[in-house]
Design a protein around this ligand. Structure first.
Ligand SMILES: Cc1cc2nc3c(=O)[nH]c(=O)nc-3n(C[C@H](O)[C@H](O)[C@H](O)COP(=O)(O)OP(=O)(O)OC[C@H]3O[C@@H](n4cnc5c(N)ncnc54)[C@H](O)[C@@H]3O)c2cc1C
Length: 480
């Protein structure tokens, strides 16, 4: 049987692509190596607690946001409920001050103007540039490479000006003081890069994806995968679990299908919605230059995360989403084991059903640079230090943490095949973000990319955007 499109990977990018294509009448088959769908966006239960494994907060879920608009387009928006996180996050900043970030960008902007009235013009300039960068990148993402270069500077003035800038460069240009920088770029933590390495375009995309609030999913983030699956099958698409794609097939200069072990499946178009470097390497028809360029790219970092049960009373006065820069840890570049920053999440403060009565669910996480995966002994030490630090900073939690389980980069890799457990695909440096990130189209006819290893980048709103862009590219090219 020949399929119109085979989508490899049942993360949110693959599911979005497949659902949008099925809705347009394409005969779609989605293949997922695991039993469960969602990729990183999965919920896991332990001792009556439900944790969203790889989600601190989702952007784009409010009216007009990208996640909401994709679900509406698919006719499933009423099958899922999002819960607003307010404040979006509370930051214990390196200078010892506290910053409570409003969930909605407009309100966040107004609060910043109130605190830094003399910097009003620069604050507005920042948000306006970020908004324009995001809009231009969205417009560019589905264009064929030949079309992009045409009058680039005139059509995409912000990308032309800032495409190679870091967030630090931009703040320098506007002479923004450090205290304001820390607040304006508070969400930079999502990219796991310091401001002098973080692409301004990538940061703008993350910031804009949270323009309509920060959210959690009622019933757990797995619900999102479930409703997308439903949207696929309702339109006649097929979803197959336990189906690992082992190689890609090509012939006569275009993609021809995929192999799952011994089984070969024919398709006119194939979407790679997973890391898939090993699969691309099996294709003799892909230009060596394309493969060599990918080999030169740097993956994003990963996380070490530990999950706990805590008595309900012990979280009194705490926010659901907290970022802490421990005052004791010098921010020495390159010594991440010094624990520059950590995250404390209490998701059950927003989604009450995720913990049993009388308790809350809590997780602690630290970002790790690419390639660093602590062994068992190192993990024990890291966890001990995290728990000590948390006990010092939040005395009400001292002795209250009951450890449930932990995840390290090696476990995240096992879940999804993302090399090194990379949390966001390629690192979002200027050389690998925006128009410099691998696009949705590949040089091989009929082969496309979706997900956080392609445009526009990592994070749930971004990978669902990439699914939408990828579906658009597939439809644009047609089945010939
Ligand atoms: C710890 C952590 C915290 C995070 N926090 C946030 C957050 O707060 N907010 C946010 O927006 N984002 C967050 N992210 C990032 C976000 O989860 C990811 O960017 C996004 O979910 C990636 O989606 P994806 O569909 O591109 O890829 P994935 O989720 O990696 O999905 C790829 C799928 O492909 C399957 N697959 C792989 N190889 C094959 C094969 N050969 N054959 C068949 N199937 C295959 C995998 O099993 C997987 O299901 C976080 C990530 C991590 C790790």
């Amino acid at each position: 049987m020949r399929h119109d499109v085979i989508v490899i990977g049942g993360g949110l990018a693959g599911l979005t692509t497949a659902a949008l294509l099925a809705r347009k009448g394409r005969q779609v088959l989605l293949l997922e190596k695991n039993q469960g769908l969602g990729g990183y966006a999965r919920s896991y239960s332990s001792h009556g607690h439900r944790f969203d494994i790889a989600t601190q907060a989702l952007g784009g879920c409010g009216q007009g946001g990208v996640v909401h608009s994709i679900l509406s387009e698919l006719g499933v928006a009423d099958k899922i409920r999002f819960l607003a996180c307010e404040p979006a996050r509370v930051y214990y900043l390196p200078d010892g001050s506290l910053y409570s970030q409003h969930g909605f960008l407009k309100a966040q902007q107004e609060e910043l103007v109130q605190h830094f009235p003399e910097w009003r013009a620069q604050i507005h300039r920042c948000f306006s540039v970020w908004q324009n960068l995001f809009a231009e990148l969205e417009a560019i993402a589905t264009l064929a490479p030949g079309q992009v270069a045409f009058h680039f500077g005139r059509r995409f003035p912000h990308l032309a000006r800032y495409g190679r800038s870091t967030v630090h460069d931009f703040f320098e240009e506007l002479a923004i003081p450090e205290a304001l920088q820390m607040r304006l770029a508070a969400r930079a933590g999502y990219a796991m890069l310091p401001l002098h390495r973080l692409s301004l375009v990538a940061f703008a995309c993350t910031e804009m994806s949270f323009a309509k609030g920060a959210w959690m999913v009622e019933g757990g983030v797995s619900r999102l995968a479930q409703v997308l699956r439903q949207a696929i099958v309702e339109r006649g698409g097929r979803v197959r679990s336990h189906s690992r794609v082992t190689s890609l097939l090509s012939g006569e200069g275009r993609v021809a299908g995929v192999c799952c072990g011994e089984e070969s499946l024919d398709a006119t178009q194939v979407v790679l919605a997973c890391a898939g470097g090993d699969l691309l390497a099996t294709l003799p028809d892909l230009p060596a230059k394309y493969l060599a360029r990918r080999q030169g790219l740097e993956p994003s970092g990963s996380y070490f995360i530990s999950y706990y049960q805590v008595p309900a009373a012990s979280v009194a006065g705490l926010a659901a989403n907290i970022e802490v820069w421990p005052a004791s840890a010098p921010a020495a570049a390159g010594s991440r084991d010094e624990m520059e920053v950590y995250y404390l999440l209490i998701p059950s403060l927003v989604e009450r059903t995720s913990a049993p009565a009388g308790y809350h669910s809590l997780c602690l996480s630290v970002p790790l640079p690419p390639g660093q995966s602590p062994d068992r002994a190192q993990r024990r030490r890291l966890r001990q230090r995290l728990e000590e630090e948390v006990g010092r900073r939040f005395p009400q939690l001292r002795g209250a943490l009951r450890f449930l389980f932990e995840l390290a980069p090696e476990h995240l890799q096992l879940m999804t095949d993302n090399p090194g457990g990379a949390a966001y695909g390629w690192a979002q440096t200027p050389a690998q973000a925006g128009v410099h990130r691998p696009g949705n189209k590949t040089p091989l006819a009929g082969l496309y990319l979706a997900g956080h290893w392609t445009m526009p980048g990592g994070g749930i709103a971004a990978v669902m955007t990439s699914g939408r862009l990828c579906a658009g590219a597939v439809l644009q090219d047609g089945l010939d």
